[in-house]
Design a protein around this ligand. Structure first.
Ligand code: AMP
Ligand code: MG
Length: 391
């Protein structure tokens, strides 16, 4: 048996960063920035008023000072003249500061009569001016790699970037295998169940930024599996579900081998999780996951997520390990790393569910964390600290 980390290292050898493509800014959220992007202008592009008020000379600002209002500056409409001694320009937030002025007295600190204003409240020290380039300068960059957040999108827009270089979405083909499987919405025969983890994995992989194709369910025959594989051309990664161990009906390895796949089987010291299959056919990476729904989903988090993040060129590829105190004691762990379905509670403690069978999707759906027990971890008391990842 190999450790989870050794298995992951093997899988990551199959994944490499994909090329970049340009996408419109409005479609770039959640994508991974592929290259540093420089700003195409200063922001603000001119010194601008931060408040509604009156722009005057800084040296003249004091309580009871009086000024004559000589014009107006609004956002998008600058005042073209020069502010001289004893003069003020009515100004609004976002308007360029007129030449000659160096201070904006906020309108709340001023009393106005006709064209005359008097500072009637202590104006304070802040000049209420946003300096040119105070947010960013022309050439300042948003640096790659980086998964673009809504805030990044706003920043790129302000930088006048209309198209963004992002890593192409990995194309992933998902093949479910099994005579017992039918698609959701159909009428199963008496011995059939619904293909479920196929859809869970699609959702997981798409949430990471992959483009996922669900192929027709392959029956447990060489012919049906061969047909399914023939539909994967163009994929960056083929993921099969089920049929990957050594039972009579587990034909995925055989068919992949016939199609020229150099493949390896890994016995991973992991629960849930069975032997994992991995290999490469030309440019296409292939991973065979166990069919048990919870095993497949946990393997999706632990193995497929880092592969997809690698393809997207991200730096941080593994789910972040966090720590929390146990809400209840845990028995000693066996020889395999155990990813226990658990609830991170509102009080910050973590509690593993009592039922940990790898077929129980209802338990997985209640879980918001996988509590990680190292191999041979001794029994743990309540309040001891354990590791987990969020799911
Ligand atoms: P296998 O790895 O093919 O031996 O499958 C192990 C278990 O997982 C069996 O109970 C299968 O019925 C079940 N299974 C396999 N594939 C899926 C799937 N896509 N959705 C739900 N259950 C599955
Ligand atoms: Mg099967």
């Amino acid at each position: 048996m190999i450790s989870v980390n050794e298995a992951l290292a093997h899988l990551l050898e199959l994944a490499s960063p994909l090329e970049a493509e340009m996408v419109p800014l409005a479609e770039a959220a959640g994508r991974v920035l592929a290259r540093d992007v420089p700003a195409r202008r200063d922001q603000p592009p001119f010194s601008a008023s931060a408040m509604d008020g009156y722009a005057v000379k800084g040296a003249e600002v004091e309580l009871h000072a009086m000024f004559k209002v000589i014009g107006e500056a609004a956002a998008g409409h600058r005042f073209d003249g020069v502010v001289g001694a004893g003069q003020a320009v009515r100004i609004f937030t976002g308007a360029p500061i007129p030449e000659g002025a160096g201070f904006v007295v906020i309108q709340e600190d001023v009393t106005r009569k006709g064209n005359l204003i008097t500072i009637t409240d202590e104006p304070g020290d802040g000049d209420n001016i946003r300096p040119r380039g105070g947010d960013f300068f022309d050439g300042d960059t948003v640096s790659a790699p980086r998964r673009l957040t809504p805030s990044d999108i706003a920043l790129l827009a302000a930088m006048n970037i209309a198209e963004v270089p992002v890593t192409r979405r990995p194309d992933i083909a998902l093949i479910s295998t099994g005579d017992e499987l039918v698609m959701p919405g159909s009428t199963p025969g008496p011995d059939q169940i619904i293909a479920s983890n196929t859809f869970g994995l699609k959702a997981l992989l798409e949430s990471l930024g992959a483009h996922v194709r669900i192929l027709p369910i392959a029956r447990d025959t060489i012919g049906s599996l061969t047909t399914a594989f023939s539909l994967t051309s163009g994929a960056d990664l083929v993921v099969t579900i089920g049929g990957a161990s050594v039972g009579d009906h587990d034909l995925v390895g055989e068919v992949a081998h016939n199609l020229g796949m150099e493949r390896s089987f890994y016995k991973v010291a992991m629960r849930p999780g069975k032997p994992l299959m991995a290999g490469r056919m030309g440019q296409t990476a292939m991973v065979g996951l166990p069919g048990n729904p919870v095993s497949a989903m946990v393997c999706g988090h632990i193995f497929l997520e880092p592969m997809v993040r690698t393809m997207l060129g991200e730096k941080s590829i593994q789910p972040r390990r966090l720590e929390a105190p146990l809400a209840a004691p845990l028995a000693q762990n066996g020889p395999r790393e155990h990813y226990m379905r658990a609830e991170l509670q509102d009080d910050g403690q973590i509690r593993a569910f009592d039922r940990q069978d790898s077929s129980l999707l209802s338990v997985l759906a209640k879980a918001n964390a996988l509590l990680i027990r190292p191999p041979h971890d001794p029994a743990r008391d309540a309040n001891e600290t354990v590791s987990y990842i969020r799911i």
